[in-house]
Ligand binder design. Structure first.
Ligand code: FE2
Ligand code: FE2
Length: 177
C-alpha cells in the first residue's frame, strides 16, 4: 500500500485523543465543578467543530462520490452521511448544555444530560470510524491506483481546509454534507 493510500485511512488516528478527552470529561462530571466542566467541554466542542466536522464534510464532497462510483450504490454513503449529521447534531447539543451550565450551574439534571450526550458522541464517533474504515477505505484501497489515491487524498485535504475556513466557527449548525 502506498503512503497516500495509507494516509486516507490514517486521518482517523488523529481523533483518538478526542475519545480519551470525552472519557476525561465524563470522569470529571462527578466533581460537580461547572467551571471545570465548561472549560473541558469547550475544548471538546472546539475539536469537534473545527476538526472532526470539517473532516466529515470534506469526505462527503470528495471520498464519498468516488465510493459511490466504485460500488455502484449509494447505500453505504447514505448511512455514513446520516452518521455525520448525527455527530453534528450531538455537537450542537453539547454546546447547548455547556451554555446552560454557565447560567444554571451543574445540577443532577445537567449532569445526566451531559453524560448522555457524551456517551452518544463517543458511540457515534467510534462506530462511524469503524464502518468508514471497513466499507469505505477497504474499497478505495483495493480499487484505486496509488496516483488516484494521492489525488483523492489531496482533494480531501483541500476540501477540509476550505470548510474549516468557511464553517470553522459555526459548530454543527452550518453543517452541509
Ligand atoms: Fe472519516
Ligand atoms: Fe466520516
Amino acid at each position: 500500500m502506498s503512503e497516500r493510500q495509507e494516509s486516507l485511512c490514517e486521518r482517523h488516528r488523529e481523533f483518538v485523543p478526542l475519545i480519551a478527552a470525552i472519557d476525561k470529561v465524563e470522569g470529571e462530571l462527578a466533581t460537580g465543578s461547572a467551571l471545570l466542566i465548561r472549560a473541558e467541554t469547550g475544548g471538546l466542542h472546539e475539536t469537534l467543530s473545527h476538526e472532526l466536522i470539517p473532516h466529515a464534510v470534506g469526505e462527503g464532497r470528495t471520498l464519498f462520490p468516488v465510493l459511490r462510483r466504485i460500488t455502484g450504490t449509494d447505500r453505504e454513503t447514505r448511512e455514513m452521511l446520516a452518521e455525520h449529521r448525527e455527530i453534528a447534531r450531538l455537537t450542537d447539543e453539547l454546546e447547548r448544555i455547556r451554555d446552560e451550565l454557565s447560567r444554571a450551574g451543574i445540577g443532577a439534571e445537567q449532569e445526566a444530560r451531559m453524560r448522555r450526550v457524551l456517551e452518544s458522541l463517543k458511540r457515534a464517533i467510534s462506530s462511524h470510524f469503524e464502518q468508514e474504515e471497513r466499507a469505505c477505505f477497504q474499497v478505495l484501497k483495493e480499487e484505486l491506483t496509488p496516483e488516484e489515491a494521492e489525488r483523492l487524498y489531496e482533494a480531501m485535504e483541500r476540501a477540509t481546509k476550505e470548510i474549516r475556513r468557511t464553517y470553522g466557527c459555526g459548530g454543527g449548525r452550518d453543517f452541509d454534507p
